[in-house]
Design a protein around this ligand. Structure first.
Ligand code: HEC
Length: 156
C-alpha cells in the first residue's frame, strides 16, 4: 500500500473519530459552558446538603456539615479562568449558556464576587462543624455571594 495514501486514510479515520467524539459531547453544547455549569451544579448540591441541615429537614451532623462546607470552599478556590473564556457568553453561544457578556466587560465585578464567595465559604467551613446555629449564621454569606453574582451576571 502506498504510504501517503495509508497515512491519509489514517488521518481521515482519526478526524472521523474526533468528530464523533465532539458530537457525542457536542449535543450538550460548548465545553467551557458545560464545565462551568457542572461547577455550579456542585456548588448547588453541596449548598443544598447544608441548607437542608440548617432548615432542620435533615438532622444536623457536624462531620457532614464540615466536609460539605470544605467542598464548597475547595470549589470556590479552583482556578476557573479557562472555562470563563472570553467569547462564550449568551451573545456567542445563545441558549447554550446564561453567562452574560457583562462578565467580560471593563469594570466587571465578576472576579470580586468570586473572591467574596471564597471568603464566605471559608467562614462557613470554620462554623459548619461547630453547631447548627453557627452554621446557619455563616450560610447567609455564601448564599449572598451566589445571588449577588447571579443577579448581575446570569441571564434570567
Ligand atoms: C462569580 C459569579 C458566580 C458565583 C459566585 C456563583 N455563580 Fe452560579 N452561575 C453564574 C453564572 C454566570 C451562571 C451561568 C453559567 C452558564 O450558563 O454558562 C451560573 C449558573 C448557575 C447554576 C445553573 C447551572 C446549570 O446547570 O446551567 C446554578 C445551579 C448555580 N449557578 C448555582 C450557584 C451556587 C449555589 C452558587 C454559590 C455557592 C453560585 N452559583 C455562585 C455565576 C456565579
Amino acid at each position: 500500500m502506498n504510504f501517503s495514501k495509508h497515512f491519509a486514510l489514517m488521518v481521515s479515520a482519526l478526524t472521523l473519530a474526533g468528530a464523533m467524539l465532539a458530537h457525542a459531547g457536542g449535543h450538550d453544547g460548548n465545553p467551557a459552558a458545560n464545565a462551568r455549569q457542572a461547577h455550579m451544579k456542585l456548588y448547588a448540591f453541596n449548598l443544598d446538603v447544608i441548607g437542608a441541615m440548617a432548615k432542620g429537614e435533615v438532622d444536623y451532623n457536624a462531620e457532614i456539615a464540615r466536609s460539605t462546607a470544605n467542598n464548597l470552599l475547595a470549589l470556590a478556590m479552583m482556578h476557573q479562568d479557562a472555562y470563563w473564556a472570553p467569547g462564550t457568553s449568551t451573545v456567542e453561544l445563545g441558549n447554550e449558556t446564561r453567562a452574560l457578556p457583562s462578565i467580560w466587560e471593563d469594570g466587571s465585578r465578576f472576579g470580586d464576587i468570586g473572591v467574596q464567595l471564597i471568603e464566605a465559604a471559608s467562614q462557613l467551613a470554620e462554623a459548619a462543624g461547630e453547631s447548627q446555629d453557627a452554621m446557619r449564621g455563616a450560610i447567609r454569606g455564601v448564599g449572598g455571594a451566589c445571588s449577588a453574582c447571579h443577579r448581575n451576571y446570569r441571564q434570567r
